[in-house]
Design a protein around this ligand. Sequence first.
Ligand SMILES: [Zn+2]
Length: 73
Amino acid sequence: MEENIYDGIREVMQITPESITQCEPCMYLPKNLADAINHYISHHGYKLLHVGSNAGLDKSGNMVSDIIALLGK
Ligand SMILES: [Zn+2]
């Protein structure tokens, strides 16, 4: 049987380049999205569940797209 990466996940968190903030448990401030993902994986036991694009329209109707990463543990 294939291992399901979602098994046992009880808490999911999403990160986008704009939403990077200081890490709550340890006050670490990630330099960029990849740094934030690496930090949560190596220091807080999260697994990377998904990375994709988050596209939509801004208030002026212009197409905007962004990267979104979902982490879970
Ligand atoms: Zn941390």
